[in-house]
Design a protein around this ligand. Sequence first.
Ligand SMILES: [Zn+2]
Ligand SMILES: [Zn+2]
Length: 266
Amino acid sequence: MRLPADYHMHTPLCRHAAGEPVEYAKHAVAIGLDEIGFSDHSPMRRDNFDNWRMNQGQLDEYVEKVRKAQKDFPQLTIRLALEVDYLSAHEDWIRELAARHPWDYFIGSVHYVSDSWAIDDPQKLSEWKHRDSFEVWSIYFERLTKAAESRLFEIIGHADLPKKFGHRPTRDCTPLYKKFLDAVKKSGCAIELNTAGLRKDCREIYPSREVLQLAFQKGVPITFGSDAHAPGEVGMNFAEAVQLARSVGFKESRHFTQRKHRPVKF
Ligand SMILES: [Zn+2]
Ligand SMILES: [Zn+2]
C-alpha cells in the first residue's frame, strides 16, 4: 500500500512540540512515507496573542529548519507550509504571511471560538462547563465555514475539533456539516483526515465518518495529516485513516506544490 503524504506536523518553535524537522523526516523515511509537509502553528501579528506558536521573528528560522530537512533527506519530498488560525479579523494578516515565503500550502484551522478561548486548549477546559455544547459546535462550524469561504487555504484542518475532549453536540449537526462542506466545495479546497483525534479523549479521527461521507458525496477532496508534535507521531495511524477513507469511497488525496494541487492515488 502506498501511504498518502503526511501534511500536518509541527516543530519546537510552537513551544509545545518536540524534535527538529530533520528528526521528523528521519522517522518518515523509516516508516516508508515518500512525502511530508511541515505545517507549524503560524505567528500572529501580535506575538503575545497566546503562548503556543512561533513569534513573527522566528518565521525565517522555521523556513531554514525545513530547508535543512529537505537538504538532508533528498529521497523524501518535504513541503513547506503553515497551520494558520482562522479569525475573520485576521484575513489581511494571513495574506501578508502568504506573501513572505514560497509556501506549498496553508492549512486553515479554527481553534478559537472567541478571541480568548481556543477549544482544544487543555488549560481552558473549564470553559466547556459554562457553555451549551451545541452552541459551541455551532459557533465553531460557522467560523470553519467562513474559513473555507475566505479562499485563503488549500486545506481545512481537523474539521470537527470540538469533539477533542469528548464534548459531543446535544443536537443534530448535519445541517452545519452540509453548509461547511458546500463552502469547501465551492472554494475548491480540501479537508484533512487528521489522526491526532485517535490520541485524544474522543478516540476518533477528525472528522467523523458522517462528515467524511457527506464530503465524498459532495466531491470534496481530502488530505492526510498526523498532526505530529513529536517525531514518533509522523504517519501515526495512517493505515487506519486510509482504511476509513477507502470505506467511504475515496481513492485519491491531494498533494500540493507551490499552492497548486494534483490528485495522487493511495
Ligand atoms: Zn499544536
Ligand atoms: Zn490545529
